[in-house]
Write a protein that binds this ligand. Sequence first.
Ligand code: COI
Length: 333
Amino acid sequence: MKIIAYGVRDDEMPYFKEWEQENPQVEVQLEKRLLDDSTVLEAKGCDGVVAYQQKPYTESVLNKLGQFGIKSLSLRNVGVDNVDNAAVKANNIKVTNVPAYSPQAIAEFTVTELMRLLRRTKKFDQKQANGDLTWAPDQADELNKMTVGVFATGRIGRAAINIYRGFGAKVIAYDIYHNPELEKEGIYVDTPDELYAKSDVLSIHAPAVKENEHMLNDDAFSKMKDGVWILNPARGTLIDTDALIKALDSGKVAGAALDVYEDEVGVFNKDFGSFDKIPDERLKDLMQRENVLVTPHIAFYTKTAVQNMVKFSMSANKDLIEKGTSDKLVEIK
Ligand code: COI
């Protein structure tokens, strides 16, 4: 059995090596480049493909995999929004993801960023760098006095809820699917609008499906409390960035922590050498605001998560090849 892994980063290498040692019967080819038309030929002769990339898994690439007889594609991440579903189905390719490499990693980061916003640490860091050790006017807010609205109560949303509760916050939630435990606790509101109207903080953990695109738009912001705090560790397309900027300018939104951004592909996880060279003016505008925290999609980025992404995806691919299925199979619609 031979598996090729695409988009392998140096920091993932030790975990691939560990998996190879634990699975000596599998031949593993590690490819640093991403899976696209220029690299797909490398997969010829392999039984399965493991990949992580934000760039699309296109129809033409999936058709080529189909022609090579490859029926197993395992993503090292959770989101499958960049996969061409029709091409996957047309080529009878089975797809797995890693749904729970570490929901806690993302939840912990989200709350960390919220605390940084509420305690104005960006502003204090900036002042201190200029030798200013004064307090005023940056009185902070306390999370224990707030209502946190969690949008989507999947694994990450639920992990975040536990942490918010540890801080003493009141938590409410919206989701089309109700978690039975949370349902019993009466956490759910009936509509997104109700969540917007009642929340001091909005913690967004929804997937990037078509129905959610730009769900936080002018209309949604207008229904929120004045001075709401927005947290998006999920997907950039969930927020209409222009609408967010307007809401920040007007003070409707007190601040935002954005670990994702709708135009992040090709920008995040790249070193441009200096701030000026970042090729996105809107992003730079957000980055320069003292009440906005922009991070380059790093909420997931812990040792535990990266190890699990590599090992779980490789094992899922092996299962697909050996058994034709896996407990991480994604339902492609
Ligand atoms: C995902 O798992 O879908 C993520 O958003 C993390 C990714 C950047 C590796």
